[in-house]
Design a protein around this ligand. Structure first.
Ligand code: V47
Ligand code: SF4
Length: 622
């Protein structure tokens, strides 16, 4: 991706140099970004980062908000939602009432509410269990850090135990609420009884370590200063460096309501909202997603935010009260069709997702799947400027979407290409190794022969690497091991004798180690030493029904892209490499280890692997 920006505010130029090179921005940079009136350039910079991460996708989820009670023992000054027990407006929902709000079409329930003085621990666990029992496919995102801290104190259990019990009951992720602004000054003025920033961050750290991913928010547009906003962003960025457990950051625009903090009609301006979204995208370089929460931003501002750094618009929501009790003017829910329209009007691909950001339905034509790993970067430099739209998606998920006819082309995992060869036509481009791959690695505490009967964790993303592992175990070493998919949220490897990691995660673990494992096997080296052949992990293919001229155009674009990348690897992958803490030299060396074009040896390798797969009689996944 190459982009020129004509800055009106020259102070932005050095910041753009940093963004373009993947360098981290400082607080001083952030201050300039908030101060500038060159809002278009700010948006372009943030959009550049958004596109490099999410392509043209904007995510939404079919979700339902449940606020089980508005009775709360605290009284934060900015909150127009909570009441005391006995108040005429107080409500408490029964579990049946909560279940009655849900339907099988919904993918996510987002639950958060007041801190009830009387409810028992068992009631909270029952809410989660009963929802899970009645709607097993529904993902539950529930309880802010404020609620978790309240449970910890009220029920006298360590935070880790509270979270583990909720996870065991069926909780999948935690929402980002309750963070407000990480400033002691603001806390003393607006929410003195509520947890401080350290406690909020500690609770999310504990959740991430237990494999519960979460979101983070900031409540802005009241009495906080620009420096306090920046301090908040930097604290989140530091925790994300440590755990990698945040999915998305959501700036919550303050709704004044009757809070008296500022006049009722003084909502944040559209410019302030767009700046907040763009600066968040630029400062939080390690957060995968920035959410434009339409409920608080309004549909109009949210739709513009989709070109200012936001790649997620939350969802249909249904029944939100916290913002509406404080005067939010948005509707209380949006129809799926309206969300799709907002995203399309912004020039993006509407991608319906699950709670882990796996695409479920894609509402666009001309969609090209992109494996979001460093080794696919050389193919995509040009595509992003043509008629095709890019959807980043893991290899395994790409196979699923293609089977559902939701993709027009992509770099398919080889095993998926085999399975769908009736419908897909191969192009002459692939990801093939020479003698090693460096990014498909088995981390183990046992030599191959000692893996008999052991449990191997398999990263959820893989379709072909897992089959290569199976072939090596069965045919090269004659070993039977148990292969289990790892949960796709934050990974905890403690229950496994070995784990198979692929892509950027493997590259990162190769450099920095995977906790608890001493031996590292490169599966492509294992294959090469055995077969004296390269290994083809992925191959470009298009739908057989694609028109010839379109197919030709795609081939030309890929070819152009590759020709430009070949021999120039240190600059091609540098932005992506920085994001995963590789130097540009390491990235160049890694990319130079691949063959990206299908030749005679690659064809022989594909045929050999296919034969072995047929022999082990298993094209189905573990
Ligand atoms: O924690 C309370 C905020 C939050 C007001 O994780 C107010 O995906 C504005 O956390 N004006 C709850 N905000 C909402 C929340 C959230 C929303 C959407 C998505 C996700 C997610 C999380 O609402 C509270 C508080 O910070 N809030 N009062 C108000 N007057
Ligand atoms: Fe209670 Fe949350 Fe409202 Fe504070 S923001 S008063 S904790 S419901």
């Amino acid at each position: 991706m190459n982009q020129k920006i004509h800055f009106k505010d020259k102070r932005l130029h050095p910041i753009w140099q940093k963004v373009y090179s993947g360098d981290r921005l400082s607080s001083n940079d952030g201050r300039v970004l908030f101060q500038t009136n060159d809002i278009i350039s700010l948006g372009k910079m943030a959009h550049f980062v958004q596109k490099s991460r999410s392509g043209d996708s904007v995510y939404f989820v079919l979700n339902q908000k449940i606020e089980p009670t508005n009775i709360c023992v605290l009284s934060c000054k900015f909150c127009n939602f909570s009441v005391r027990k006995g108040d005429i407006n107080a409500y408490e929902m029964s579990i049946d009432e909560m279940l009655g709000k849900l339907t099988p079409e919904i993918h996510e329930v987002h639950m958060t509410g007041g801190l009830h003085p009387d409810w028992k621990w068992d009631y909270y666990l029952r809410i989660i269990r009963d929802i899970k029992n009645k709607f097993p496919d529904l993902d539950i995102k529930a309880f802010t850090a404020v609620e978790i801290d309240y449970f910890h104190k009220k029920f006298k259990m360590p935070v880790g135990k509270i979270l583990q019990q909720l996870k065991d009951a069926g909780l999948r992720t935690m929402p980002g609420g309750g963070a407000e602004v990480f400033s002691e000054r603001v806390r003393r003025e607006l929410f003195q009884q509520k947890i401080d920033s350290k406690t909020w961050l500690d609770i999310h750290r504990t959740a991430h370590k237990l494999g519960i991913a979460s979101n983070a928010t900031i409540l802005y547009g009241h009495i906080e200063t620009i420096d306090e906003r920046l301090e908040h962003l930097i604290k989140l960025r530091n925790l994300q460096d440590e755990t990698g457990g945040f999915f998305s950051f959501i700036p919550l625009a303050f709704q004044p309501g009757n809070t008296g903090i500022k006049p009722r009609e003084r909502f944040t301006s559209a410019i302030d909202d767009l700046k907040m979204i763009a600066v968040s995208r630029l400062m939080l370089d390690n957060f995968p997603h920035i959410k434009a929460y339409w409920v608080m931003l309004t549909e109009e501002v949210a739709s513009i935010a989709l070109n200012f750094g936001a790649d997620d618009i939350d969802g249909t929501v249904g029944g939100e009260r916290i913002a509406h009790d404080a005067g939010a003017s948005s509707s209380s829910s949006l129809a799926k069709e309206q969300i799709i329209k907002i995203i399309r009007d912004a020039g993006k691909i509407p991608v319906e997702r699950d709670v882990f950001y796996n695409p479920i339905n894609i509402y666009s034509d001309n969609v090209i799947g992109k494996i979001p790993y460093l080794n696919s970067v050389p193919f995509y430099e040009n595509i992003e400027r043509r008629q095709f739209r890019i959807l980043p998606v893991t290899p395994r998920r790409m196979g699923v979407l293609s089977r559902q006819k939701q993709l027009d082309a992509g770099l398919f995992s080889l095993v998926d290409f085999f399975k769908q060869s009736d419908e897909l036509e191969a192009l002459d481009f692939c990801i093939a190794t020479r003698d090693q791959v460096r990014s498909v690695l088995l981390f183990s505490n046992h030599g191959w022969n000692d893996l008999e009967g052991k449990t191997i964790g398999i990263v959820d993303d893989t379709a072909t690497s897992v089959k290569l592992l199976e072939v090596l175990l069965k045919k090269k070493y004659g070993i039977k091991a148990r292969l289990c998919r790892l949960n796709s949220s934050v990974n905890d490897y403690s229950n496994y004798d070995a784990v198979l990691l692929i892509g950027d995660e493997a590259l990162h673990s190769r450099k920095f180690g995977a906790a608890g494992f001493e031996i590292v096997y490169d599966l492509a080296s294992e294959w090469y030493l055995w077969k004296k052949l390269p290994f083809v992990f992925a191959i470009w293919a298009v739908k057989k029904t694609m028109q010839d001229d379109k197919k030709q155009e795609l081939k030309n674009i890929i070819n152009e892209s590759l020709s430009r990348a070949e021999g120039n690897y240190s600059s091609v992958g540098k932005l992506h490499a920085k994001r995963i803490n590789l130097t540009k030299e390491e990235s160049a060396e890694y990319l130079a280890g691949f063959n990206f074009r299908v030749g005679a040896r690659e064809k022989a390798a594909i045929a050999e692997f296919h034969e072995l797969l047929v022999e082990i009689d298993k094209l189905e996944c573990v």
